[in-house]
Design a protein around this ligand. Structure first.
Ligand code: GLV
Length: 325
């Protein structure tokens, strides 16, 4: 008999074919986010679940996953899953690291360029028929080449950001709980800096940390006040890493020059103050959104799910202690 699994949203076809070949699949055909109640109903009696970062798998949902073997999240971040509760129930939680590194780094870099060079404002200006002639003072922005880049979180994505900065001849500072090896620092041309120094010196501060209790509101009023008035904040990590109300105030008051945001505190809601500002570029969480990468993420989640269902160690388990018990 095939195991029963729930898939909370439609996946790319290749991934769907892989699940349905081996599992009886309860798939959310409507592809509209399940309510918590619906989610709690769907998980009952299932051996596994494939979910997205938009599914809040909190302690109550985990409680309803009685007998489940695996929760396979289609994302590298897994702050949407109550991992400790899952571990207590002996449920493996898996994620999709590695495959989205370069795509997400590309997006963060797009935000650096777009924000500094005011591309969205330029596009709107032109479409509105306002462009009458080349203007010496038209839509002037900040330079990227030769500036200082501050990378907060020096994991896979942070390092991929640093690698790209070499082509722009930037001075690269980074901060992370774990200092990188000297050879890595040398290869990437990156220097470790404490947070205060990084915030004070950087022309661009880009965030690449996971969301945890320690990183919630990591960038708040005090941190923003340390940044230079002509600097930019880029966030492609998780929304709650930045205190959005404090960011709105800093952007309005000119404490910083601009921001590029792909993630928000209460997605898909966006702080109203941000929507009114021209010096911020807002994207609907597109970090890993290339066809190839999203397909890889989904197939990787399926591989994790299938391995766990067979009693094997999934390639990307975030709570391996469950297996070691
Ligand atoms: C996307 O935000 C992810 O965590 O994969």
């Amino acid at each position: 008999m095939k195991p029963n699994v729930v898939v909370t949203r439609i996946l790319p076809q290749r991934a769907m074919d892989m699940v349905t070949a081996e599992c009886d699949t309860d798939m959310n055909e409507k592809d509209v986010r399940y309510s918590k109640k619906k989610l709690m109903d769907c998980v009952k009696g299932k051996a596994g679940m494939i979910c997205l970062l938009t599914d809040e798998i909190d302690t109550e949902v985990v409680e309803a996953c009685q007998g489940m073997k695996v929760i396979a999240n289609v994302a590298v971040g897994y702050n949407n899953v109550a991992v400790n509760a899952a571990s207590e129930k002996g449920i493996l939680v898996t994620n999709t690291p590695g495959v989205l590194t370069e795509t997400t780094a590309d997006l963060a870099w797009s935000l650096i360029m777009t924000t500094a060079r005011r591309l969205v404002e330029g596009d709107k200006y032109l479409r509105a028929g306002k462009w009458k002639e080349w203007g010496l003072n038209l839509l002037l922005g900040g330079d990227v080449y030769g500036k200082t880049l501050g990378i907060v979180g020096f994991g896979r994505i942070g390092k991929a950001i640093a690698r790209r900065a070499r082509g722009f001849d930037m001075m690269v500072l980074y901060n992370d709980d774990n200092r990188a090896d000297a050879t890595v620092e040398k290869d990437l041309g990156a220097s470790y800096a404490d947070m205060d120094l990084l915030l004070r010196e950087s022309d661009f501060v880009t965030l690449h940390v996971p969301l945890t209790e320690n990183t919630h509101h990591l960038i708040s009023e005090q941190e923003l006040s340390m940044m230079k008035p002509d600097s930019y904040l880029i966030n492609t990590s998780r929304g709650p890493v930045v205190d959005e109300a404090a960011l709105v105030a800093a952007l309005k008051d000119g404490n910083i020059a601009g921001a590029g945001l792909d993630v928000f505190e209460r997605e898909p809601q966006v702080e109203k103050g941000l929507l009114k500002l021209d010096n911020v570029v807002l994207l609907p969480h597109l970090g890993s959104a290339s066809v190839a990468t999203r397909t890889k993420m989904a197939t990787m989640a399926v591989e994790n799910l299938l391995a766990a269902l067979k009693g094997e160690r999934p390639p990307n388990v975030v709570n391996p202690e469950v297996m070691d018990r």
